[in-house]
Design a protein around this ligand. Structure first.
Ligand code: S3P
Length: 175
């Protein structure tokens, strides 16, 4: 498969877990944009936000989106905010199939609270209600996905299988 597979979705929807599994199954290279930005800058995502602000992080994301779009055969797990800039999705989509992952607010809440120290946009005061509002606000940005899969309803193996079937259908459908 020459084209990249680009995973987008709100924090805690399973992009990294599913991406790694997909990469192994399809023999593709897995790239997580947050980890890549950490390697490039030598800082954690939380440090970038704290020391330089969200704007700096978004500009690192944009640079990386352009860089990764030049490559092939990648499974790209995007940080949840990557689609906030439509240009990122335009370049990544030109050379990739975009898969949107979604999950119930309850599942996302459980997942993000577990790793909240790594996520500067999540604080200890977060409530399910506030999370629901954040997710609703973000929804429009994830609509650019070519395929959308709900990760709350199936186990990981089943989801990976479902995504592969969807990908085949999507690619054949385009002739
Ligand atoms: C963000 C999501 C995070 C990370 C950063 C900002 C967001 O990635 O890029 O904390 O704006 O939604 P994950 O979706 O992998 O948690």
């Amino acid at each position: 498969m020459g084209k990249n597979i680009v995973l987008i979705g709100f924090m805690g929807t399973g992009k990294s877990t599913i991406g790694q599994r997909l990469a192994r199954k399809l023999g593709m290279i897995f790239v997580d944009t947050d980890r890549e930005i950490e390697k490039i800058t030598g800082m954690t995502v939380a440090e970038i936000f704290r020391k330089h602000g969200e704007k700096r992080f978004r500009s690192e994301e944009k640079l990386l989106a352009h860089k990764l779009a030049q490559r092939e055969g990648l499974i790209i797990s995007c940080g949840g905010g990557m689609p906030l800039d439509p240009e990122n999705m335009k370049v990544l989509g030109e050379n990739g199939v975009i898969i949107g992952l979604k999950a119930s607010p309850e599942d996302v809440f459980r997942r993000v609270m577990r790793k909240r120290h790594h996520r500067p946009l999540i604080d200890r005061e977060l409530t399910l209600e506030r999370l629901r509002a954040m997710m609703a606000e973000r929804e429009k940005y994830y609509q650019c996905a070519h395929i959308t899969v709900d990760t709350s309803t199936h186990g990981i193996e089943e989801l990976v299988h479902k995504i592969i079937l969807n990908l085949k259908e999507f690619c054949y459908g385009k002739g």
